[in-house]
Design a protein around this ligand. Structure first.
Ligand code: NDP
Length: 330
């Protein structure tokens, strides 16, 4: 059946300005790292994207290597753009990245001009797009002059293949250097994409959050649910079909009895707030408004619905924050 987006799709979602740019992003964005490769039925992918858009999620995050196999998530999303979102391109913020291993040989990863520009062209072809909204350097390359990597981002924007430039997982020092180069080139850094959740606070410890505020760069926190740990999924062990049972990025070894006990403690705090654990984890990332958007993943449409419920309560008392710190940091 032809998909018609929900007419009330902009009523619930909160949109937040991305740094000091003109662009607003939904408080919750959808990433296509897992669950959009050949291992997932196309109808499931379609349902996840439709549900997201119906709930006001306008931002879809991809990368050249998302799959498996690498490239297949962009192909699947390109198909969904054609069949479902045709006519809505101007309502969407679509991002892609290059940095990790994509094709054999010396030009298929890291941060050279050769790799970034070729990879962006490939991503556009796979998605059937003229441009992406944001193109990222996916990781800092210690072997390539930063001027070259940032110069490639600038060229990608100037040639109309992307509207904005971003960086991912750069530490504070490299972020400052990258931002200065991009400013000099006249293509300011729009956004930084770091990992961040209750269990992983490196951006606070490294001073990245403060630096991004100062530099006027927005932020999109990836793995806000710690790949599913910070949801109700693992409270009683490891359910069949979950990411921890698959040969992916979440090891079942992380789910020790101590971790499961802490997750149950966090779940009690969430329940007292009237939230699921997933909702509280997302609200925690979005608290105080310093992170522009939480970048979730989902294996089912129902998970997107649950996650979007987070925006109903983004405020935390000092007591709640203290209890969360005790359970997460000790
Ligand atoms: P999350 O931390 O949001 O974990 C997503 C997983 O959590 C889902 O696959 C699902 O697990 C589970 N989940 C989600 N919602 C619920 C819910 N409501 N109830 C129960 N379980 C739930 O993020 P991801 O690790 O998927 O990463 C998100 C995105 O971040 C990626 O798609 C990508 O765009 C980006 N990213 C960027 C990186 C970078 O280097 N820049 C690196 C990693 C990610 P299950 O599959 O078990 O059902």
């Amino acid at each position: 059946m032809t998909y018609q987006p929900a007419s009330d799709r902009y009523d619930l979602m909160i949109y937040r300005r991305c740094g000091r740019s003109g662009l607003s992003l939904p408080a919750i964005s959808l990433g296509l790292w897992h669950n959009f490769g050949h291992d997932t039925p196309h109808d499931t992918k379609k349902e996840i994207c439709r549900t997201a858009f119906d709930l006001g999620i306008t931002h879809f995050d991809l990368a050249n290597n998302y799959g498996p196999p690498p490239g297949s998530a962009e192909e699947a999303f390109g198909e969904i753009l054609r069949t479902d979102f045709a006519g809505h391109r101007d309502e969407l913020i679509i991002s892609s990245k290059a940095g990790y291993d994509m094709w054999p040989g010396p030009y298929g990863e890291w941060g050279s001009r050769k790799y970034l520009i070729a990879s962006c062209d490939q991503s556009l072809k796979r998605m059937g797009l003229d441009y992406v909204d944001i193109f990222y350097s996916h990781r800092f390359d210690p072997e390539t002059p930063l001027e070259e990597t940032m110069g490639a981002l600038d060229q990608i924007v100037r040639s109309g293949k992307a509207l904005y430039a971003g960086i991912s997982s750069y530490n504070t020092q490299r972020t400052r250097e990258a931002a200065a180069i991009l400013n000099d080139l006249g293509t300011p850094c729009l956004i930084h994409q770091p990992s961040y959740n209750m269990l992983n606070r490196w951006i606070e410890e490294d001073g990245l959050t403060d630096s991004l505020d100062e530099l006027g760069i927005g932020s999109i926190a990836f793995t806000p649910l710690a790949q599913g740990l910070l949801t109700g999924k693992y409270l009683n062990g490891i359910p069949e079909g979950s990411r921890a049972t698959q040969d992916k990025s979440l090891s079942a070894d992380w789910l020790t009895p101590d971790v499961i006990e802490r997750l149950n403690g966090l779940n009690d705090i969430a329940a007292a707030r009237g939230q699921t654990l997933a909702q509280m984890a997302i609200a925690w990332v979005l608290r105080e408004g310093r992170i522009t958007t939480a970048l979730i993943g989902a294996s089912r449409a129902g998970q997107v619905e649950d996650c979007v419920g987070a925006i109903g309560n983004l405020a935390f008392s000092d007591a709640e924050l203290g209890q969360i710190d005790t359970l997460c940091k000790a």
